[in-house]
Design a protein. Structure first.
Length: 196
């Protein structure tokens, strides 16, 4: 599983079980730099509502702007901070890790430049995307639910979990807090939900 074999550095995670706890309720901030309320307020509200980690979604911000926001958050948050698709910024600011989509830089390339303890998650939606997820510390499988489009649902999620080679899996895409029990029943450890 790549990074979990090494010392955990920035994330402090030393086992798959600990990683599962960190991933139980991931709150995704979709476009944090364009939000009406401050990013810090939104993240602190998510933390107060039970978030076990924060995932900053893709934004139109420059690397410098995103780094400034991420550093400010790291000084205020008690839960780990992950950045979506921006491994360069995540590494530079000392975030816990990065979440990579199917179109992002491949996991092995990030693993080569990432410091020890840096978490790498990968989105996996189909059996064809499994290879992209090799070497990641966790998989985000989805979409769990989507209006008007094919979703993996419980059965598809469970089938991909069985191919995850023991790495923790979370459900992403249309997930709600009330889906947590179903996701765990399908073999997952947690869910990604939008900002509360």
């Amino acid at each position: 599983m790549g990074g979990l074999a090494s010392a955990r550095g920035a994330s402090g995670i030393t086992s798959v079980r600990e990683l599962g706890s960190l991933l139980r309720l991931v709150v995704r901030m979709e476009d944090p730099l364009a939000a009406a309320r401050s990013l810090a307020e939104a993240c602190q509200a998510a933390e107060a509502a039970g978030a076990t980690s924060i995932l900053l979604g893709q934004t139109d911000a420059s690397a410098r702007e995103l780094a400034q926001e991420a550093r400010a958050l790291l000084a205020r948050l008690r839960v780990p901070l992950l950045l979506s698709g921006r491994a360069d910024v995540a590494i530079a600011v000392g975030a816990a890790g990065v979440h990579l989509g199917a179109d992002d830089v491949p996991v092995p390339m990030i693993r080569r430049i990432a410091p020890g303890g840096f978490l790498i998650g990968a989105s996996v939606a189909t059996p064809q995307e499994l290879e992209n997820g090799r070497g990641a510390d966790y998989w985000a499988i989805g979409p769990w639910r989507r209006d008007g489009a094919e979703a993996v649902g419980s059965a598809g999620f469970s089938a991909l979990v069985r191919r995850a080679e023991g790495r923790p899996c979370i459900a992403i895409g249309g997930t709600l807090r009330e889906d947590l029990d179903a996701v765990i029943g399908a073999g997952g450890v947690g869910i990604v939900v939008p900002e509360p």
